[in-house]
Structure formats: structure tokens, C-alpha cells
Design a protein around this ligand. Structure first.
Ligand code: GUN
Length: 296
């Protein structure tokens, strides 16, 4: 193996440490304790794990965590009423509604109801549009921000002129990732299920972000020598050796590691960065709402 392994777990731990320090300063100097409200509808086991981890890490960083676990049968109007209360609550600086929502609830209507200043997921159309036009106050989605922080660290700050390929066009990862890379002056390609000759397109990329949700789809011979590969996939498959379930990414890790300059593992790569970036967005939002400087 030649590639450097980008340790997202360690990176996220350092980021959470600096967030914790900033929270302590905000409390001491401004009596400001950032607060994050997380709303979960239903009992999807994976979503329950994410929500529990968010709550734990929010409290560990010294912030207030408000958790709202709603029955799967909750009506759209009841959920809208909760969001209205959270919008009006001065102790709540960030609001996250865990997706996916049950089919009887209009996701777009719910996301639009969140005050854009408290939209720490960056999913409200005001923040999506703000990201596209380069508004510095726009809140950007946490997973792509986490990917970008790791890339900037690897490239010592500048990504200008790199050929970046984003595989996947979701609103949560692919599209905002492409916007963030464009802002960093990359030449950005977005590939998707209809892209022709994806292996060939991939071989031209200095940076590959794989966010398609298909286990080990990106093979080693798709990777340009020295390229940096960020694997956003989290896919549960049955291990051939142990017959037990295991997590794999969208990239065939051991193959890609023979050619790439650096790559993120699954687990322990992008995953831990997402919650750290959520905490960061919450502190940034709290400072804006309280009109005090944020030193993150
Ligand atoms: N479900 C999967 N990823 C996310 C995310 O980043 N935010 C929310 N709210 N739900 C998700």
C-alpha cells in the first residue's frame, strides 16, 4: 500500500477539541451557551444511532442538546408546530431534523420552515442559494464541509486548479460538495448514474469524492496515480470471510490504496467529521444570533 490514510477520526477529535475551547470562551466572555435541537421522527435504528451520537458529542463540547423523539405517526402540522417553537426559542441556536422523514410528511415543507439562521444542516433553500452565489454567511451542509476540511489540510490550504470529480448528485452531499470545490477554484465534474465512461472520467481526477451509496463501486484502476480519494459511502454488507455484517465505502479501499496519494477509510474517515462540522455550524450560528465574534 502506498497511499496515506487520512484519519478522519483523529481530525474530528481535534476539531471537537477546538470547538469545546471556543464554547468555554463564549460562556466565560459572553455568557453564551450554544444549543442544538435534533428532531427524530420514527424509530429507524441507524437514525437513532446518529441522533444519540449527536446528543453525546454536543454535550461533550459543552453545548446544550435538545432531543425531540417523535412517534412515526406524528402529523406534518404537529412537526411544523415544533419547528415554530424551536425557531422562537432563544436557547436553541441550531435545528436539525433527521432525514429521511416518513412518507406522509413533505420533507421540503419541513426544511423550509426552519429559520435559515438556525439551519445548521444547510438544507434550507436560502442557505443552498447562498452557497451557490458565494454568500459568506450561508450555512453549508456538514458532510461536504467535513470532506473539504480534510482536503484543504492535505493540500496545505489550496485546491486551486485541481480536477475534482464528485460522484453522486444528492442534495445532502454531491451538489453542495461541488459548490464548495468550485468556490476553492477546482475544475469540478459531477458524475451520476447516467455518466458515460465513469472509469475514464475518474482517471482524469486529482480529487475524487465518492458519494453514491454503492459498495466498492470505484475500483483501483479508476484512480489516477497520486489522486486524493474521499469516500463518503457507508454501506453495510456481509463479509465474505466472516459471514458477519461489515461497513464498506463506495471505493474498493485496498485496490485504491495501491494507486492513490491519499484516501479516507470507512469507517473512520468522513463519518466522524460530519458531527464535528455540525457542532461547528451550531457555534457559528450561535455567535451570529448573539452578534458576537466567532473564533473558529
Ligand atoms: N440523514 C443522513 N444524513 C443526514 C444529514 O446530514 N442531516 C440530516 N438532517 N439527516 C441526514
Amino acid at each position: 500500500m502506498t497511499a496515506e490514510i487520512i484519519d478522519g477520526k483523529a481530525f474530528a477529535a481535534r476539531l471537537r477539541q477546538s470547538i469545546g475551547n471556543e464554547v468555554t470562551r463564549l460562556q466565560n466572555e459572553h455568557s453564551l451557551q450554544p444549543g442544538l435541537a435534533v428532531v427524530l421522527v420514527g424509530e429507524d435504528p441507524a437514525s437513532q444511532v446518529y441522533v444519540r451520537n449527536k446528543g453525546t458529542q454536543t454535550r461533550e463540547a459543552g453545548m446544550q442538546s435538545f432531543e425531540h423523539m417523535l412517534d412515526v405517526s406524528v402529523s406534518e402540522n404537529e412537526l411544523l408546530a415544533l419547528i415554530e417553537r424551536l425557531n422562537d426559542d432563544n436557547a436553541v441556536h441550531g435545528i436539525l431534523v433527521q432525514l429521511p422523514l416518513p412518507a406522509h410528511i413533505d420533507e421540503s415543507r419541513i426544511l423550509r420552515a426552519i429559520n435559515p439562521l438556525k439551519d445548521v444542516d444547510g438544507f434550507h433553500p436560502v442557505n443552498v442559494g447562498g452557497l451557490c452565489i458565494g454568500d459568506p454567511s450561508a450555512l453549508a451542509p456538514c458532510t461536504p464541509v467535513g470532506c473539504l476540511l480534510m482536503l484543504k489540510d492535505y493540500f496545505d490550504g489550496s485546491l486551486a486548479g485541481k480536477n475534482a470529480l464528485v460522484i453522486g448528485r444528492s442534495n445532502i452531499v454531491g451538489k453542495p460538495m461541488a459548490q464548495l470545490l468550485l468556490k476553492e477554484s477546482c475544475t469540478v465534474t459531477i458524475a451520476h448514474s447516467r455518466t458515460q465512461d465513469l472509469p475514464g472520467v475518474c482517471r482524469a481526477a486529482d480529487i475524487v469524492i465518492a458519494a453514491v451509496g454503492r459498495s466498492e463501486m470505484v475500483r483501483g484502476d479508476w484512480i489516477k496515480p497520486g489522486a486524493v480519494v474521499i469516500d463518503v459511502g457507508i454501506n453495510r454488507i456481509q463479509s465474505d470471510e466472516t459471514q458477519k455484517p461489515k461497513l464498506v465505502g463506495d471505493v474498493a479501499f485496498f485496490e485504491a490504496a495501491e494507486t492513490a496519494g491519499a484516501l479516507t477509510p470507512v469507517p473512520g474517515g468522513v463519518g466522524p467529521m460530519t458531527i464535528a462540522c455540525l457542532l461547528r455550524n451550531t457555534v457559528v450560528s450561535a455567535c451570529r444570533q448573539a452578534e458576537v465574534e466567532c473564533r473558529l
